[in-house]
Design a protein around this ligand. Structure first.
Ligand SMILES: [Zn+2]
Length: 361
């Protein structure tokens, strides 16, 4: 689709609405989420990756790919963020690499920061086994810099991140690490949420066999008690535990989610229904949909019981050819909206995200 750069805001929105109405006419509806032909939803967790040339990333094609899928699935705004990166990261990507996209398409993209800086500082501190005053100063300064540059939150952070491929590192940090607690205080101070990726390990377990060890460890240590300490450290810090619905340990159950929601008023979840789940052999028991693609009743009950604690975060990794295995997650994630009662649909679809990220409608 010819989504060119247009120089003024009015033209952009006019162009997008024309393009969108053409798409709506030209394409058959592909999900129940499209009951509404309006582009209203907020997808709070996405990434762009690509080639580095002349000292910067070129995301022009990724932007076009994103806008096309956003328009088709009813997403008005996509939140982009650097992935949680580690020490000696190749092709380091920071929030600064994403700001140009948000500037080019105002109202369509906004940026979270920290995955390419704060998360690395935490990984360094874990490896070092302590936090020095100099590290604290550097951490605080980077948080302030991100805030001043206009991030809408801190992410993607991680406390437990499995390596899926060679380019995708294994990362682990106690969720109650001193720098995570420090981030909670800073997030409260600046009133910006923290977006955190963490595989759920309620009890010690062997690494699921479909993940290679090394780089992944053979045994996984419990992290839920430490995560609870992180949540309790500063109740004014809003913490989003991302990728609910994409469970790689089999321990991220509705029971655990409900328990943590009850205990922690500052905890939120972004829901991800990844594409190609059957093929990728994820835990079926904790997957939100049944084999017919219907939202399981225990999931719907939980959404209804806590309507203001869930948002969408499809975790698309957008490449120039749009051929990453996660491509399509925006459709599968937005697809659950069509199965929700209308008020819940607007809360999870966008209202909660406007509140959490302090976005202007
Ligand atoms: Zn993630």
């Amino acid at each position: 689709m010819p989504t060119h750069v247009i120089c003024c805001k009015a033209n952009i929105s006019m162009f997008i609405s024309v393009v969108f109405s053409l798409i709506v006419i030209a394409l058959p509806p592909f999900s129940q989420a499209l009951e509404s032909t309006r582009v209203v939803y907020i997808d709070t967790h996405n990434h762009m990756v690509g080639k580095w040339s002349m000292g910067q990333f070129d995301f022009a094609q990724q932007e076009r790919n994103s806008l096309e899928t956003m328009d088709r699935s009813g997403v008005k705004l996509s939140l982009l963020m650097p992935m949680p990166q580690t020490v000696n990261q190749r092709m380091l990507l920071k929030a600064e690499d994403l700001f140009p996209t948000a500037k080019k398409y105002p109202g369509r993209f906004a940026v979270l920061g920290g995955g390419g800086s704060l998360n690395i500082l935490i990984q360094q501190a874990v490896k070092k086994g302590r936090v020095t005053t100099a590290m604290e100063k550097k951490f605080d300064a980077r948080v302030l810099e991100l805030v001043q540059k206009g991030v809408v939150g801190f992410g993607e952070m991680t406390a437990e991140h499995f390596s899926m491929t060679k380019e995708h590192p294994y990362e682990s940090a106690p969720p109650d690490h001193p720098l995570f607690l420090r981030l909670a205080d800073l997030a409260a101070k600046y009133d910006l949420p923290i977006d955190i990726h963490m595989e759920a390990i309620a009890e010690e377990m062997a690494m699921p066999r479909r993940f290679k060890s090394p780089p992944n460890p053979q045994t996984l240590k419990p992290n839920i008690d430490a995560f609870s300490r992180f949540l309790a450290h500063n109740r004014r810090a809003k913490i989003i535990w991302v990728h609910l619905g994409w469970d790689n340990t089999g321990q991220r159950t509705v029971a655990l989610t409900r328990k943590l929601l009850i205990e922690n008023p500052n905890l939120y979840f972004s829901v991800r229904i990844a594409s190609g789940m059957k093929k990728r052999r994820v835990s079926i028991a904790t997957f939100p949909l049944d084999t017919n693609g219907r939202l399981k009743s225990e999931w719907l009950s939980m959404f209804q019981e806590f309507p203001d604690r869930f948002i969408l975060g499809s975790d698309e990794i957008v490449k120039p050819a749009n051929d990453h295995p996660s491509a399509g997650s925006i459709h599968s994630t937005l697809g659950i909206l069509g199965q929700l009662p209308s008020q819940l649909k607007s809360q999870i679809g966008y209202k909660n995200a406007y509140f959490l990220f302090k976005l202007k409608e």
